[in-house]
Ligand binder design. Structure first.
Ligand SMILES: *Cc1c(COP(=O)(O)O)cnc(C)c1O
Length: 242
């Protein structure tokens, strides 16, 4: 606990938790919100520090970087590695999906049938090998502006993707994720995404999670009903340039 970086992370983590509590209170919500701490571009040493501070959910958005950190943490800090859950929150190429299912504990960024099927296949294989048994919870990433180059599935294609995922043996449809489009106020985007999440829940009652909100916009996401925020910069500071 004596190293300065740990103290900095602890302080920012506490500030962020206060922001979450204040946002929940302002929204008149009695429930809580999950915090995924996004460690992308930051070294595995920060992951270990966060895990020692009691952070359970970590988020990564690049497949290669994530897989390297997972392997590194398991090799160097096996107890911490067992205590954390890895959330894949970034774009997945379909040919990499099976590998992601070998280490991910939750995936927020499923946006195509191919990615879902790849994850399912990989999870089936991992279960057969005795690693990561059990189904993989996944969220469908919604593209609100239909610009799917930024990731996400267009609203019109979402129901079919949801049905596909629901039919897979090794995945569990857990909810919806959104990254708001860059233009326009995030609050309006979150409100619209919340409506889509509700529609999804109508067809798939188990899809209860709504992953929305980052460092800059978590208050408006929580006001719209977010159940899970993904926070990087507010806790880890600016991302190192690579
Ligand atoms: C990087 C990232 C975040 C965290 O963003 P911050 O602004 O650093 O909090 C959240 N969600 C996704 C999908 C990301 O890629």
């Amino acid at each position: 606990m004596s190293d300065p970086r740990t103290e900095e992370l602890a302080a920012r983590l506490a500030e962020t938790r206060e922001r979450l509590d204040a946002a929940l209170a302002a929204a008149g919500r009695q429930d809580g919100v999950d915090l995924v701490v996004v460690t992308k571009f930051h070294p595995v040493g920060d992951v270990a520090r966060l895990a020692r501070l009691g952070v359970r959910d970590l988020g990564e958005n690049r497949v290669q970087e994530a897989a390297a950190k997972v392997a590194d943490l398991s090799a160097t800090e096996p107890d911490l590695a067992r205590a954390v859950r890895w959330n894949m929150i970034g774009h997945i190429q379909s040919n990499k999906a099976a590998a992601v299912a070998g280490w991910a504990d939750r995936v927020h960024s499923v946006d195509s049938v191919k990615v879902a099927s790849g994850l399912d296949k990989g999870r089936g294989r991992a279960a057969a090998d005795g690693d990561h048994p059990g189904v993989l919870p996944v969220l469908l990433q919604l593209s609100l502006d239909g610009d799917t180059s930024r990731g996400g599935v267009a609203r019109d294609d979402l129901p079919a993707l949801a049905d596909h995922v629901a039919g897979l043996d090794h995945l569990r449809l857990a909810g919806l994720m959104v990254v708001p489009p860059l233009s326009g106020p995030p609050a309006a985007h979150f409100a619209e995404a919340a409506r889509v999440a509700e529609e999804l829940r109508r067809d798939h009652p188990g899809a209860r999670e709504f992953s929305a909100g980052m460092s800059g916009d978590l208050e408006s996401a929580i006001a719209a009903g977010s159940t899970c925020v993904r926070v990087g910069t507010a806790i880890l500071g600016p991302r190192p340039v690579v």
